[in-house]
Design a protein around this ligand. Structure first.
Ligand code: HEC
Length: 250
């Protein structure tokens, strides 16, 4: 019988090395999750990650501009109806610069800049560029930012899962499930990136983005916990649990 290296039989040096790596990666994945909740989670204005957040992040909210939705929502009490109507109309006309100083600037000065000024953390509406930004229809992620995020993700995450899979490859685990678990993050990585691009054009694909995230998280959680347990817990504790059917052969 060929003596194969398993996590349980690794020299302590490598156990310590792999454990350090897995713990840091585990913490990194948790932080990534928190970051997603903070950046995308609030995209629809409500806390918690929902399909709408993903749609707003990649596809945008094309029903109108941020200016319009705020003037019909939270900012409604800030100006009388006819002023709000003029602002919305101007935004819908494509926020032409020609009408800014003559018509729009005085309205923003009167009703908005008491809060929206350089001294606040809000967009400064003394400047046309800042008003123009919120008056544009929100088309979601730009091609430039998608290209940048895609290649960073593909390169970076592939390496993480190469090493996590490498270590987990030494675990005693039913072979078929082992192969599935090692392959899963790579498949979902491709699906995830693909879904960003698809969602940019077809919001329905936001579901795929959600699924991709869940896929990685599950596979990496199982791989990390299994590897750690097999390196440090006594064999009897996990052998029946994970390697049940293969027990006879070990
Ligand atoms: C009493 C202070 C106040 C006044 C006056 C006010 N705003 Fe605001 N505005 C806020 C605050 C606070 C927020 C941030 C709300 C949030 O993020 O939940 C905000 C957010 C916004 C945003 C979203 C900005 C972004 O990039 O997220 C827009 C657009 C906006 N206001 C438009 C207006 C317009 C137009 C007026 C004038 C008719 C106006 N506001 C008057 C306090 C004010």
């Amino acid at each position: 019988m060929i003596e194969t290296t398993t996590l349980a039989r690794l020299p302590t040096t490598y156990k310590v090395l792999y454990t350090g790596f897995l713990l840091v990666i585990g913490a990194g994945l948790l932080m990534a999750g928190v970051q997603i909740l903070l950046t995308h989670g609030m995209a629809d204005g409500k806390p918690g990650l929902s399909i709408n957040d993903i749609v707003y992040s990649y596809y945008g909210n094309r029903s109108g501009s941020k200016l319009e939705s705020m003037l019909n929502g939270q900012m409604k009490p800030m100006a009388p109806d006819d002023v709000r109507f003029q602002m919305i109309q101007w935004a819908r006309d494509g926020s032409p610069a020609s009408q800014w100083s003559s018509r729009m600037e005085p309205l923003f000065q009167q009703y908005c800049v008491s809060c929206h000024n350089a001294g606040s953390s809000l967009p400064d509406f003394n400047k046309f560029e800042n008003v123009e930004k919120v008056a544009k229809v929100d088309e979601g992620a730009s091609i430039a930012s998608l290209t940048r995020d895609s290649h960073i993700h593909l390169f970076g995450i592939a390496f993480i899962f190469l090493f996590v899979g490498w270590i987990f490859g030494l675990a005693q685990y039913p072979q078929r499930w082992k192969l599935i678990l090692i392959a899963t993050p790579f498949v979902f990585l491709i699906l995830d990136i693909l879904s960003w691009w698809l969602t940019k054009y077809f919001p329905i694909f936001a579901w795929l983005t959600m699924l991709g995230g869940i896929g990685y998280s599950l596979a990496s959680t199982v791989m990390i916990f299994t590897s750690l347990a097999q390196m440090w817990l006594p064999r009897e504790r996990w052998l029946g649990f994970w390697a049940g059917r293969e027990k006879a052969r070990l």
